[in-house]
Design a protein around this ligand. Sequence first.
Ligand code: S3P
Length: 170
Amino acid sequence: MKKLEENIFLIGFMGAGKSTVAAELERQLHIPRAEMDALIVEREGMAISDIFAEKGETYFRDAETALLKDLTEKKGIIISCGGGAVMRDENAALMKQCGKIVLLTATPETIYERVKDSTDRPILNGNMNVDYIRELMEKRKDRYLAVADVVVATDQKSAEEITREILAAF
Ligand code: S3P
C-alpha cells in the first residue's frame, strides 16, 4: 500500500468488526486510529447508552457529526465509525471527500452472536434478536453499499485475514 494520504473510514453495522479491524490496521500500518464511539464517550463523559437515554438520539447524532468534522481536519488516520454515522447525508459526503471507505459486512446471525451480550448498544435495546438486526441492516444496506470503496465480508474470518483483504483491495 502506498503512503496513506487520505483517511481510511471503517463503516458497517454494529458488530461488523470495525474496531477490531481498525486496531489491526493500526498495528500493521503504523497509522493512528480514531474510535468515534470512544471519543464521543470521552467528550461527553457518559456511556453511549446514557447519552441516548438522557439526551436522546439526535443529540448523539449531532455529537457524531461534530466529531467527524474535527477528525477529518487531519489526514492519514484510520477512523472507526459508529454504525449509524454514515446514515446522515452530511457525514457520508464528508467521508467520501476525505478518504477511502471500507465497508465490513456480516450476516444478521453473525452480528447477533457478536453483539447479543452487549449492554451498550441502545439502538438494539429491547430488540436484541436476529429479525430486528436483519430489518435494520436492510434499511441501512443501500447507503452502506453506495458509499463503500471496498466491501469485505467478515464472517468466520480473523482480523488479520480481513485486514489482508482490505490492503489487497487498495
Ligand atoms: C450505532 C452504533 C454504535 C454506536 C451507537 C449507534 C448505530 O457503534 O455509535 O450505539 O446506530 O448503529 P458500533 O457500530 O461501533 O457498535
